[in-house]
Design a protein around this ligand. Sequence first.
Ligand SMILES: Cc1ncc(C[n+]2csc(CCOP(=O)(O)OP(=O)(O)O)c2C)c(N)n1
Ligand SMILES: [Mg+2]
Length: 800
Amino acid sequence: MADAVSSADLQILGELERKVLWLASWTIHHANHVRENVDGLKVGGHQASSASVAAIMTALYFRTLRPADRVAVKPHAAPIYHAIQYLLGRQTREKLENFRGYKGAQSYPSRTKDADDIDFSTGSVGLGVAQTLFSSLVQDYVRAHGWGLHRPEGRMIALLGDAELDEGNIFEALLEGWKQGVRNCWWIVDYNRQSLDAVVREGLWERYENLFRNFGWDVVVLKYGSLQQAAFAEPGGEDLRRWIDRCPNQLYSALVFQGGAAWRKRLNDEIGDQGPVSRLIDSRSDEELARLMGNLGGHDLRAIIEAFDAVDHDRPVCFIAYTIKGAGLPFAGHKDNHSGLMTPAQMETFRAAMNIRPGHEWDAFEGLREPPEKLRTFLDRVPFAAGGERRLHAARIDVPDELPVTIQPKMSTQIGFGALLNELARGSSELAARVVTASPDVTVSTNLGPWVNRRRLYAREAMADTFKGERIPSTFTWEFSPSGQHIELGIAEMNLFILLSALGLSHTINGERLLPIGTLYDPFIARGLDALNYACYQDARFILVATPSGITLSPEGGAHQSIAQPLIGLAQDGLAAFEPAFVDELAAILAFALDYIQRDGEGEASERNWLRDETGGSIYLRLSTRPIEQISRTMTPTLRQAIVDGAYWLREPGPNCQVVVAYTGAVAPEAIHAIGLMAEDRRDVGLLAVTSADRLNAGWTAACRARERGLVHARSHIERLMAGLPPHCGIVSVLDGHPATLAWLGAVYGHKVRPLGVEHFGQTGSIPDLYRHYGIDANAIIAAAQAIAPGGPIRYLGVA
Ligand SMILES: Cc1ncc(C[n+]2csc(CCOP(=O)(O)OP(=O)(O)O)c2C)c(N)n1
Ligand SMILES: [Mg+2]
């Protein structure tokens, strides 16, 4: 427990709170009015939301937080965060003046784009909140494995808007946190009872309180500020408290907006003839009455600090802090204030109240009553800022070029994945030790079983496998221990992605490198897509293994077929997508992936393939359960490189090539079969194995851009591969996914393309049934070739 807060400190913190509110308001005003003519920005959403948490954030950053603590600040409080960092010397005036502008301080706190050490990005509401919970689990995971013990434990803290609690992912996280025994996690709810459009329902806090308690959280309701608490102790005070407790949210907000005279009238009308309470009301001026009624717990530094200081355990805590949206600003409490901006006239009034001279708006101590030296000394001693840079670093873990695996004559990529991890688990490398796997209840069905058998499940406390104890035969050992390396999640896919986001930032948050691999069924990427996007936006590093996929999962069920996922792989920034067909390709890709997720911009930019490989990123592997005939071949460095770059010729096209079949993934046998059947009727047919449409495409567009900038010799991998193709040759592309994934191949040199793929879904059946039904079988490939590649009829059309 911290020492009790002194009055002198409270005095200074009060001044800083005023300053933070001023700076945040001025930042927003500057972006909207001063810079107005420059770029026509006119966006609200920040002013009222920021004012709501000025006191809470002042208390946190200037007193409560320690360097090891990590915070997710609600999106619209970005200006308050930036103002605080500015006072701590960690943010520049230039960036504040350019708030929401090009390369200025970001609209919502951003780990990747802001310069002032944001711990967790926020923006899509709900995700940052869950990120703190999973980050606490990851901190425990790291320490349970004996890493980073020389560093103090941090608390993972979310400051969230009350309407954020509408997002289901928060409750999914809450449930998972309970299962995993989450600790060192605080969620501070800015209970201003307003969202974007409206005032929230009555009595929500009680539901929240019960809910959090049910999940083992401590709940602290910060309802009354210290002025109110003092007033309640006066004669008649209890009547006032009862009135406050009964007052509907809408009315309270409206009265806050209207001010002291309205409060007086309303209170007198409702409880004014009750003796002592009348005296309590009458003894205050309108201004004092407004201050008293606005003095909710979340605006009272003493109440906030005492609540934070009182936590003497590591159980998770939810603080419900009553606040007023827009507190201290002219539109405080108004239900429409979310998009509210102060007018220049209102800003002038506010400036006068804050004692700020024109031209001194950005001066750190302008208008404050405390002497600057005293304030400076205080700021210099703020514990949060004592740790220097908040981003930690971890050394890279060596990854061999080749991962061993025994390839059976017939195998699926999913089985290959299991075999690769099994081999990895067998050894005792540092690489294997740093891998952590996670899966939302599909561990066995995505073939992580062999890995888990060797590396066991993680839990803070050991739990034996009862079936094993009872000697009941089972293929899988389900044993939990602190040294386990698999995190078994409930089914919620959102949780998988947010956990991957937390695991994938461990090197910078905990200073300890983890190599996270998460598995799920490919279609369910869509369930967690926003969380996946969020993880990528934060630059978290992980490998996502999605299997089974497409219509190839066939009898598994029409509802589980995925069509759009290859396009997600193509389009998602920060995620390099691969879809291998053969296990030796997968082995090369997995080795690359384990290295790629550790890259940090330190490498050389490559002009070989025009990909931004030096910056690294996360990886998406789309795998399949379809066993296919493997090619017996020796992996050469050239082939390995081509696989990683995205494509290679499985059969080189001859000089008079009339048709190329470009395929991806599990349809390889159909593509191979089709070119065999066409060989007699079309000349020099080529077969292009595309292992990553995403990387091929990215390399191509990057090389185009480079040429447009004058680098005339820039050539991408796909341009080199296709350079020898005659112009009249037709390309049939095919994959078990949306045909647009490969359709762009025709744009590289202007070849005609007939893109085959899956556009509809839902039918169950065998693989041949479904490939025929949806038009990706050998016959469909031949028909497409005949339609676009000149020549006589292909005799095997209709026979395949
Ligand atoms: C996933 C998602 N949906 C919608 C939005 C748009 N949005 C931004 S803030 C907000 C509501 C904010 O209410 P609350 O969380 O109570 O914050 P307050 O403004 O009261 O501080 C909404 C709907 C968003 N940012 N993310
Ligand atoms: Mg709100």
